[in-house]
Ligand binder design. Sequence first.
Ligand SMILES: Cc1cc2nc3c(=O)[nH]c(=O)nc-3n(C[C@H](O)[C@H](O)[C@H](O)COP(=O)(O)O)c2cc1C
Length: 167
Amino acid sequence: MVIVYRSNTGFTKQYAEMLAKAEKLKVYPFAEAQGRVEPGEKVFFMGPLMAGHISGIDQAVKKFSVTGACGVGMSPATRQVLDTLTKANYVPNAPIFYLQGGWAPKKVGWLKRRMVGMATKSMRESLRDKGSRRTPEEEAQYQMLLQGGSFVAFENLETIREWMKEL
Ligand SMILES: Cc1cc2nc3c(=O)[nH]c(=O)nc-3n(C[C@H](O)[C@H](O)[C@H](O)COP(=O)(O)O)c2cc1C
């Protein structure tokens, strides 16, 4: 198996490289994967979430034998996020995983920044209204929404690594 990824602001890249190192797998950005991935080789695809869709998954499924896929987004990893992701990103015979990456407003253009700003407005407001009643997790999420931040952590890869070992 090899890892192929797409990444706009670097969070998915970090996860892909960490996972490759831990599992001793080769890792390629999507743009460089063609011609390097052997025909028929199994691919674990990782891409950033954009409006609920794993960026690049359609092209990856067309080009490679994708046996697992992972979306990297800004929301905390909950059952609900994973269920929505699984419904919106069907890959034949492949499980879908989710990892919380982060938010890098300075690395995206103004239009995308605005789109995310609008999509997260109600969440920001409800967290703001909680004030000092925010839990530490909510506080971290609130600060990330306001100014950007990273939740990339090696421990988050545990479920994917377990799955890879059982393949
Ligand atoms: C236009 C746009 C749409 C996004 N939509 C979602 C989304 O639906 N769900 C989510 O959790 N994160 C969403 N995000 C946040 C990114 O998925 C998140 O920042 C991710 O970690 C980026 O990964 P990357 O650094 O590899 O590009 C969106 C970001 C942008 C710019």
